[in-house]
Design a protein around this ligand. Structure first.
Ligand code: SF4
Length: 252
């Protein structure tokens, strides 16, 4: 209800800027876009994305470090090298010689820094928990505190590990999410915390549903809601504030 009230307030404040021919449809269309509605529309387009693209929990953790400041295609090459070397696990990475690890993950960029972070994180997890299967059984607050204290584990990396490697119900907010929440008008000035709150109050709490929502947002961000948006064919266009404003400008 708070969301609807805030949307109404915003739309009414800006109502005089809307061309007359759009006034009758603008309000109800924008108001209808909630997190739930977005989830539904994205699911109709993308279905189950099976995001994060990894076969094991260890692979997820490795991917979260490798993906920092690089594209996923570069991460895939590094993951393939680790797989070919038979070292796609935290235990193996912990024992791998630094130079060898750097060579294997070179394609992911910043390879010296990433090799150091990956090795430190792997060894910390192995020495404290033995592995991720044990980590899952520990209290979430304790796990979160431990991970946050590790070098190279920032907010997005932490949330990705919590959700995708450990199955804790934590929504991952990345640049695509902030952009899409802002442009659609779900939130006018979204922050990581406000987006998490909006998703939590939508009732989407199941880890698998949270994983897929984030995956679908990544797909939409790549397919349509890029830096320069490609709104034509976007599954959210009908209810998107930014998409409508583009249409209005082109109709004028
Ligand atoms: S309609 Fe355009 S601005 Fe809105 S979510 Fe889709 S691509 Fe992004």
């Amino acid at each position: 209800m708070e969301y609807v009230i805030s949307q109404l307030r915003y739309q009414l404040t800006n109502f005089d800027k809307i061309p007359i021919r759009f006034k009758t449809t603008f309000l109800w269309r924008i108001i209808l876009l909630t997190v739930r509605e977005m989830d539904k529309r994205l699911y109709e387009r993308y279905g189950n994305t099976r995001w994060w693209p990894a076969e094991t929990r260890d692979e997820v953790v490795i991917g979260t470090i490798l993906t920092q400041n690089t594209s996923w295609s570069n991460v895939e090459k590094a993951i393939d090298q680790l797989r070919l070397a038979g070292c796609l696990s935290l235990k193996c990475i912990c024992t791998l010689e630094s130079g060898k690890l750097e060579t294997l993950i070179r394609s992911a960029g910043f390879f010296r820094q990433k090799a150091e972070r990956l090795r430190n994180l792997s060894c910390s997890i192995v020495s404290r928990y033995g592995g991720l299967e044990k980590m899952i059984t520990e209290p979430r607050e304790e796990v979160e505190k431990f991970l946050s204290s590790q070098k190279g584990v920032g907010r997005e990396t932490l949330d990705s590990i919590l959700l995708y490697a450990l199955d804790f119900p934590e929504f991952v907010v990345d640049k695509y999410t902030l952009r899409i929440f802002s442009r659609t008008g779900i939130e006018q000035e979204p922050t990581i915390e406000s987006v998490k709150e909006a998703v939590a109050s939508s009732g989407i709490r199941d880890p698998d549903a949270l994983k897929n929502l984030h995956g679908m947002i990544v797909y939409l961000g790549k397919d349509h809601c890029r830096t320069k948006p490609k709104c034509s064919g976007c599954p959210l266009l009908e209810n998107c504030q930014y998409g409508h404003s583009l249409n209005e400008r082109s109709a004028e």
